[in-house]
Design a protein around this ligand. Structure first.
Ligand code: FES
Length: 395
């Protein structure tokens, strides 16, 4: 007589095991405590503190560096703890300017320890023709309220990824994340070394020089000032080249760059010459990529055209004009539509929206979308330009 063989599949074993668990669960439930489930758990409260979404802040002081550069000391307007951050991260503030509702990211110049003490320092430098920087510098005063989103950003020192020494390349207000990093190295909350190459036209254009000189008394921090337009004693003259980086950098280092567009273009090429491993190179990309016609690949036959943008948002539908030379996000803000945004450079994904119909131009250097998002028709409005009438859906 032949014996039949039973094959027990793994799914069946799972089912048998699950069935065995049922009586045990039942008895746990029957014999469990009668206390109610709490309305909230400590872990949820901690998550809310770390990621509050929006924060209402109040300008408690303004430090005037010049007519074109000011530091705003911001405290909670609601006597709450401030959201923590890591040196190098930014705050995105939201402002109502006329009928526009705009956002701008600013790197936090103060340290994470300062946030624990109750304040952030945002330093704003006037951008020629800048819509927001000019408004902030000329209008914001002590006592004003400002809405900000939780700190964000990946321009941070990661001990697991980075070399022990960071070579920081800064220009203009791009010094702010490095000031925060230097401060946190000096106060012992960040275990790294910093070699900072800070470029400016003349010594008068250096922001935070006194603070940086003080911080550079720490053995772990070296600050080198590089002046392009003037020769002065104690300063390097010229631009931040590969040779200059090699002159001050140790054998192994990570390189972080934050500065104006011209610096990205020049120093970015110099960094390439150094053949540094990709994981050791970080760029902070705060570019309000609004002048599309200057971006390589922009279809010049569409320059200066105005299209109609249909926005489906929160159950409403609004039709607004949208210029081909301006990002979709700028069109939304101009119309006073509250659109989610943080980095404004295509990277963070906060503005991710569904493109329902129409043609767009997305510059390849700021296309931070995931492959699946591209496939299923999502765009980042901050780095997307209309090439026809469009319809988008904002969730
Ligand atoms: S705001 Fe960050 S991707 Fe658009």
């Amino acid at each position: 007589m032949s014996k039949r063989k039973f094959v027990v599949k793994s799914g069946m074993i799972d089912f048998i095991n699950f069935a065995k668990m049922i009586p045990t669960r039942k008895s746990h439930l029957e014999n469990g405590p009668l206390t109610r489930v709490p309305a909230t758990y400590p872990i949820n409260e901690l998550a809310k503190l770390n990621h509050p979404g929006k924060m209402e802040l109040c300008v408690s002081d303004i430090i005037v560096h010049s007519d074109d550069v000011k530091s705003y000391i911001l405290k909670s307007a609601e006597s709450k703890k401030l959201a923590p951050f890591r040196a190098g991260q930014y705050l995105t503030i939201q402002l109502k300017i006329g009928s526009s509702l705009v956002t701008r990211p600013y790197s936090i110049a103060s340290t994470p320890n300062d946030a624990r003490k109750g304040f952030y320092n945002l330093t704003v430098k006037r951008v020629p023709d800048g819509f927001v920087s000019g408004y902030v510098l000329d209008n914001i005063k002590v006592g004003d309220k400002i809405t900000a989103y939780s700190p964000e950003g990946t321009f941070v020192y990661e001990p697991i990824r980075d070399a022990k020494t960071v070579v920081g390349i800064a220009g203009g207000s791009g010094i702010t994340p490095f000031l925060s990093l230097a401060g946190s190295i000096a106060d012992g909350t960040c275990d790294a070394n910093l070699v900072l190459l800070y470029g400016a036209r003349t010594s008068k254009d250096l922001i935070f020089k006194a603070e940086l000189d003080e911080l550079s008394k720490n053995d772990k921090i070296t600050v080198v000032y590089v002046l392009s337009d003037s020769k002065e004693k104690g300063y390097e003259k010229g631009f931040i080249t590969a040779e200059l980086i090699q002159k001050y950098a140790p054998e192994t280092y990570s390189v972080f760059l934050c500065g104006p567009k011209a610096m990205y273009e020049f120093a970015g090429k110099e960094i390439e010459k150094l053949n540094i491993r990709k994981k050791f190179v970080r760029f902070e990309l705060f570019s309000s990529a609004s002048k599309a016609n200057e971006i390589p690949g922009f279809p010049m036959d569409k320059e200066g055209l105005t299209f109609e943008l249909t926005v489906k948002h929160f159950g409403k539908e609004t039709k607004i004009p949208c210029l081909s030379n301006e990002s979709v996000l700028v069109a939304l803000e101009r119309a006073g539509i509250e659109a989610p945004a943080r980095c404004r450079s295509g990277e963070c994904g906060f503005c991710r929206s569904k493109l329902v119909s129409g043609e767009v131009f997305v510059p390849s250097n700021t296309d931070g979308r995931r492959i699946a998002d591209i496939k299923f028709g999502y765009i980042h409005p901050c780095s997307t330009y209309p090439m026809s009438d469009l319809a988008i859906k904002i969730d």
